[in-house]
Structures are given as structure tokens and as C-alpha cells.
Design a binder for this molecule. Structure first.
Ligand code: PMP
Length: 360
């Protein structure tokens, strides 16, 4: 078997052990004679799989009973609308921090439903930094404060959790959830598309403080109403059963490896090693202010853009895949989520060194 090092930002590399287990269980899940894909979502078997996945996620992330955990569909992008529809309540305005392309998408969608106050933005700095909280113009009467802890495209990551006082804090954790320990109690709501650190795409996990349920606007589509989804254990309609099952396998894999504490140490080591190499070289560069560099998505440029395609071709020949940067930013990007082994970082650095020697 040959497994590539897949540096895709998402759908991303999954742990080989998880895929092996899924393969073993594919045709006959534990003597049922069925694949999980073929099971009724109302069956005892699937309900057990679903509940266990939720329990494991709660254990891993330290989610208390004050929060509901929802397994929804439509990816993280559907949450850009779902959040304002559910959280505005009787207020009209919400605060957003703009630190990159994903923030902008969340802002654009929320603007269809709310008066969006962009309380701070680092757009003028090319999204290479996070504005200090002392200069944020937040509104104490906002329905919530939304931010994007990790900008997947720009490779920009907050190294702090914003203080929002009594205003509920909402975070798009798509590309950073479960990558290290996190104090969930600081948040009103967290959402995360699954296809980076959790499992297959389409599934989106929502962790919401229970007192924020039950205030959806009257026109909110039933499928987007958090209260309805919570009341029905995320099975108001047919959920994304196979993705949910696979997410459960990933949670078990994480637990067996020491959970988010151990992952955080490994992820820090991986990121430090890669940024360390980039900084030491005159050939590669990363533009982000060092304290806000993402542990999960590492963009970098080559000294000469005309070498990009040769770099990518050579990388592919070595099984280092999907290093091309996002079309809006160019250059390269290595996404190094939980499932990317440390060997993958070593292999990438080894290739970068060789390429630099040959071309610089
Ligand atoms: N937010 C962030 C931070 C993301 O990285 C992504 C996907 N790359 C999304 C939202 C959108 O996710 P989806 O494609 O699941 O809608």
C-alpha cells in the first residue's frame, strides 16, 4: 500500500488507521450484514454509533452538559446564514471581525439577515495580522461576536480567545477544531466543517450553549433551526450517517493518541519545524506576523513564482500532494492537520531543501 502525504486544505488527509477500520467494517458492520451506509438512521445500531461519536467528541473537546452538540449538514458555509437566523433574537445587529477570506464570506452572508458591524479588520495589512483587541469597535448590544480563529486560506490564526463580555462569542473553527486544548466555556457557539480535522465533507459540527437555543427567527427553515435539530438529536431528517460514523472513528483515533493535549504538542512541533525551515531559508517565505501563524495551514512562496509549477511537479513525483496555494493567494500552502504525520513534514522539508539547492 502506498499512501501519499496529502497536504490538501480540505477534504484533507484522514488517519490511515481510520480508513483501514472503515474498510474492514465496510461490507458487514459488526455482524449486521450491512454497511453503516445502508443502516436506518433510526436503527439501534446507528443510534448507538451516533451517540458514541457525540460522547467521544464531548470527552475530547471537554464539552459540558451546558452545551448541545449538533451534527448538521451543508458544510460550514451553511452556518454563515444559520448563525444569524438563530442568534439574532430580538436584536438587529451582530459584530464580526474580518481577518481573511472566510471571515468575509461569513460577513457577506450574515449581511443578508443582520446589520453587520465589522468591529475590526486586518484587510489593509493584507490579512497578515490580527488586530489587537484594544482597537476593536465592538457593540455591547450586539447579538453575538463572530470571528474566524483560523483563516484556512491565509494561514492566519488567533493566539488568543477574544473577550466578549456578555455578548456570546461565535467561532468558525473549521480548520482548527481539535488541534489543541480549548476552553469551550468561553464560547456561545462553535461550528466546524468536518473535512479537515473531523471526517468527510458535508457534515458540520455545531457546539452551542443551550441558553442560546430557541430564539430562531420565525422564517428560519426548519432544517436550519438549532432548537429543532437539538430536540431531534440531529435526526430531524436523515443525517449524513456515514460521515457521522467516520467522524466517530476519527474521535476514537484521537483519544487513543492522547487527545487534544497530545495533538497540540505534536501540531506545535510540526508547525515550528516547517516555519523554522522557511524562515531559515532565503528561498522560501511566509508573510504572516509570527505570533499569528497558523499551526494548521502554512502558506509559503518561492523566491521566483515562475518555479511554482516545477516545484509542484517534483513534489507530486515524491507523493507530496496538493501543495498548490489557494487560487486567490497563489504560491504554496501545506495543510498539516492532525492526521498529517510528523514524517510528512520531514519529507516536505527534505524536498524543499533539495529543490532550493537545485534551483536557487
Ligand atoms: N470556514 C473555514 C474557515 C473554512 O476553511 C472553510 C472551508 N475550507 C469553510 C468555512 C467552508 O466550509 P464548507 O466547504 O464545509 O462549507
Amino acid at each position: 500500500m502506498s499512501r501519499a502525504y496529502n497536504f490538501c486544505a480540505g477534504p484533507a488527509i484522514l488517519p490511515t488507521e481510520v480508513l483501514q477500520q472503515a474498510r474492514e467494517e465496510m461490507l458487514d458492520w459488526r455482524g449486521t450484514g450491512m454497511s453503516v451506509m445502508e443502516m436506518s438512521h433510526r436503527s439501534g445500531e446507528f443510534v448507538a454509533i451516533a451517540k458514541e461519536a457525540e460522547r467521544d467528541l464531548r470527552d475530547l473537546a471537554g464539552v459540558s452538559d451546558d452545551y448541545a452538540v449538533l451534527f448538521m449538514q451543508g458544510g460550514a458555509s451553511s452556518q454563515f446564514a444559520t448563525v444569524p437566523l438563530n442568534l439574532l433574537g430580538d436584536k438587529s445587529s451582530a459584530d464580526y471581525i474580518n481577518t481573511g477570506i472566510w471571515s468575509k464570506k461569513a460577513i457577506a452572508e450574515a449581511s443578508r439577515f443582520a446589520d453587520v458591524n465589522v468591529a475590526a479588520s486586518s484587510e489593509a495589512d493584507g490579512f497578515t495580522t490580527v488586530p489587537d483587541q484594544s482597537v476593536w469597535h465592538t457593540n455591547p448590544d450586539a447579538a453575538y461576536l463572530h470571528y474566524t480563529p483560523n483563516e484556512t486560506i491565509g494561514g492566519l490564526e488567533y493566539d488568543f480567545i477574544p473577550e466578549s463580555g456578555s455578548v456570546p462569542l461565535v467561532a468558525d473553527m473549521s480548520s482548527t477544531i481539535l488541534s489543541r486544548p480549548l476552553d469551550i466555556s468561553r464560547f456561545g457557539l462553535i461550528y466546524a466543517g468536518a473535512q479537515k480535522n473531523i471526517g468527510p465533507s458535508g457534515l458540520v459540527v455545531v457546539i452551542i450553549r443551550k441558553d442560546l437555543l430557541g430564539q430562531a427567527r420565525a422564517q428560519t427553515p426548519t432544517m436550519l433551526n438549532y432548537q429543532v435539530i437539538a430536540d431531534n438529536d440531529s435526526m430531524y431528517n436523515t443525517p449524513a450517517t456515514y460521515s457521522w460514523y467516520l467522524a466517530g472513528l476519527v474521535f476514537k483515533w484521537l483519544k487513543a493518541r492522547g487527545g487534544v493535549q497530545a495533538m497540540g504538542e505534536i501540531n506545535r512541533r510540526k508547525a515550528d519545524k516547517l516555519y523554522g525551515y522557511i524562515d531559515a531559508s532565503d528561498f522560501y517565505a511566509n508573510p504572516i506576523e509570527p505570533r499569528f501563524r497558523s499551526w494548521m495551514n502554512v502558506p509559503f512562496t518561492l523566491a521566483d513564482d515562475s518555479l511554482n509549477s516545477a516545484f509542484l511537479k517534483g513534489a507530486e513525483e515524491r507523493g507530496l500532494l496538493n501543495l498548490k496555494g489557494h487560487r486567490t493567494v497563489g504560491g504554496m500552502r501545506a495543510s498539516i492537520y492532525n492526521a498529517m504525520p510528523e514524517d510528512g513534514i520531514d519529507a516536505l522539508i527534505d524536498y524543499m531543501q533539495t529543490f532550493e539547492k537545485e534551483r536557487a
